[in-house]
Write a protein that binds this ligand. Structure first.
Ligand SMILES: [Zn+2]
Ligand SMILES: [Zn+2]
Length: 196
């Protein structure tokens, strides 16, 4: 089952031109089985995700892409924090408290250079394939993922229609809801894939 784990929509991500409904239709047309909304530093409320899913008749999950001192972090299974998560250390503590899982986003773009021997342990793995990165950056990121305890994930980082589903994560098991997504991520039962 193919899931694009890294998508941005307007207006929650101000840099995106994609409305959530448009993103869902494109994902369906391109053969994805689900999408995961990862807005910048913004959580989707559960009731709004549920409404989108019901209206579209398509599985819609959510994570978040957090801006930190270590670069961008793709986080899954984290509830909205009480206070802003300004540092990777804060994000790690919050994830540990709630059973979340963290991936360093597009590590070959810039984030990797800020990660130290201690802080690298915050991450289960990296985003091995990012649809907005170059082939060379993705080759580097795919190599990096081999050093982590979980496989690297794949996502388009879509901000426009053309980008949806360029890369995705192929799950070995069906993923029906948010809890199953988190369980499959923790289990490492997936691979990053390029779809074009
Ligand atoms: Zn990013
Ligand atoms: Zn992004």
């Amino acid at each position: 089952m193919l899931i694009d784990l890294h998508c941005h929509t307007a207006p929650r991500s101000s840099c995106s031109d994609l409305a959530p409904r448009e993103l869902i239709e494109l994902a369906r047309q391109r053969g994805l089985g689900a999408i995961c909304l990862t807005e910048h530093d913004t959580w989707w409320p559960e009731d709004e995700i549920a409404a989108l899913r019901a209206e579209a008749g398509f599985p819609v999950f959510h994570g978040v892409e957090l801006t930190t001192d270590m670069g961008h972090i793709l986080a899954f299974g984290l509830p909205p924090p009480v206070a802003p998560l300004a540092t990777a250390r804060n994000v790690f503590d919050h994830a540990a408290a709630h059973g979340g899982v963290l991936f360093l986003a597009h590590p070959a773009r810039d984030g990797l250079l800020k990660v130290t021997a201690e802080t690298v342990t915050y991450f289960a793995s990296v985003e091995a394939l990012n649809g907005s990165d170059s082939r060379l950056q993705n080759m580097a990121a795919t190599g990096l993922a081999k050093g982590f305890r979980l496989p690297g994930i794949g996502g388009s980082d879509a901000h426009t229609a053309d980008e949806v589903g360029r890369t995705a994560t192929s799950f070995d098991v069906p993923v029906h809801d948010q809890a199953e997504l988190l369980a499959a991520l923790h289990a490492g039962s997936y691979q990053a894939v390029t779809l074009e």
